[in-house]
Design a protein around this ligand. Structure first.
Ligand SMILES: *Cc1c(COP(=O)(O)O)cnc(C)c1O
Length: 388
């Protein structure tokens, strides 16, 4: 005789099973902290690192494994780990690969929170962080020390837009056994084949084009080498780098349209940049597809596209007060950080204060060109020039 469950227990345990064989295009969203094992033997044999078993929500669900596999495929990599933000993914690389006494090289135009992380490692963790000219190319060899373990690259720098010579940097690094990590967020893994150029780790801020909705924070690390992936996996586990199932789903939902959106951003940004280049208010257009941009020849050699992010230098006759008025006068371009969504954004940078080696004159303003009609964006900028 089976005892009837009490009402309270019946609220928690049910005998109902949904029919099998459900099929649809969207990935299922698996929410879980606890993951159930069939029996003790299954619990003991499960290895979260292999991704063929589930052990705990933090270490992966079908939703996160699916997103990881798809991102690895986009970059032509083999392994992928998700992190709660792009910056968390960057931090995971440093904590996985650097220890006290080690040295890390970062480009002088690096994403600013990555520079902050380098400062923190230097101040409190006994790791030296040194900054190099992003256009150094093969000259990086002279900067590599016996204790250098990692070189960060960013292609291009996401504010000042210099395009680094990745094959030259990777060749010099690998000759000395140094690993190269690439922040590949600008081209979303669509316009730059990082592994073919020699990098060991590709970092993506999925917050940008992969999300596409200005509503998700997430990062990813993609690798080809199994042993390197395992080192990163350990840091992922030890630091508890879980991501929410709903956020992972939002990125999965956006991936099918990513290339179409990226190409639309690219086309609109080049139209706008070409228009700006002809304007007397603008001294330089810092867009890798334009000759003014340092590293333009490398971009032509290594990239197949550009996306929506670029910067301009205003003519030196304009004061910061004037360029601030320009930014505040824009209606369609909203003032805010990040990029990769449908909305156009603008951000002025006090770049001479951020970069010791900065020699350019004029105030730098960065544009993220969204998916609005370009003629409307041009009219918006023209009106803001007049107000300046
Ligand atoms: C946005 C961004 C990051 C960090 O991503 P978050 O998810 O905002 O932490 C890192 N690198 C670059 C180049 C970025 O644009």
């Amino acid at each position: 005789m089976t005892r009837k469950k009490s009402a309270q227990t019946a609220l928690i345990h049910t005998d109902y099973k949904a029919p099998e064989g459900f099929a649809a295009f969207p990935s299922a969203i698996h929410h879980a902290s606890t993951v159930l094992f069939k029996n003790v033997a299954a619990m003991r044999s499960g290895d979260w690192k292999e991704k063929n078993a589930y052990t705990y929500g933090l270490h992966g669900t079908p939703t996160t494994f699916t997103l990881e596999a798809r991102l690895a495929e986009i970059e032509d990599g083999k392994h992928c780990l998700l992190a709660p933000s792009g910056l968390a993914a960057i931090a995971m690389v440093d904590f996985a690969l650097l220890k006290t006494g080690d040295d890390v090289l970062l480009p002088d135009n690096v994403y600013n929170p990555n520079r902050e992380l380098g400062k923190w490692l230097s101040q409190d963790f006994g790791v030296t962080a040194r900054y190099y000219d992003p256009l150094v190319g093969a000259g990086i060899a002279a900067l590599i020390q016996p204790n250098t373990k990692l070189i960060w690259t960013e292609a291009p720098g996401s504010v000042s837009m210099e395009v680094p010579d990745l094959p030259a940097i990777c060749a010099a690094a690998h000759a000395r056994g140094v690993l190269v990590a690439l922040d590949n967020t600008w081209s979303a893994g669509l316009a730059l084949r990082g592994f073919e150029l020699g990098v060991d780790i590709i970092m993506q801020a999925l917050t940008k084009y992969q999300s596409g909705g200005s509503d998700v924070l997430m990062g990813a690390l993609i690798t080809r080498d199994r042993a390197l992936h395992e080192r990163l996996s350990l840091a992922h586990m030890r630091l508890g780098m879980g991501v929410g199932a709903d956020d992972a789903y939002l990125v999965l939902r956006s991936l099918p349209t990513m290339k179409l959106r990226f190409d639309a951003h690219d086309k609109a940004a080049r139209q706008l940049a070409a228009w700006l280049k002809a304007r007397p208010e603008i001294a330089k257009v810092l867009h890798p597809a334009f000759e003014d941009c340092p590293g333009h020849a490398v971009w032509r050699r290594d990239f197949s596209g550009a996306g929506g992010l670029f910067s301009v230098l205003f003519d030196a006759r304009y004061t910061e007060e004037q360029t601030d008025r320009f930014v505040d006068s824009l209606k369609l371009f909203k003032l805010g950080y990040s990029w990769g969504g449908a909305n156009s954004l603008v951000m002025p940078y006090r770049i001479a204060q951020m970069r010791k080696g900065w020699r350019e004159e004029g105030i730098l303003v960065r544009f993220n060109v969204g998916l609005e009609d370009v003629a409307d964006l041009i009219a918006d900028i023209e009106a803001a020039f007049a107000a300046m």
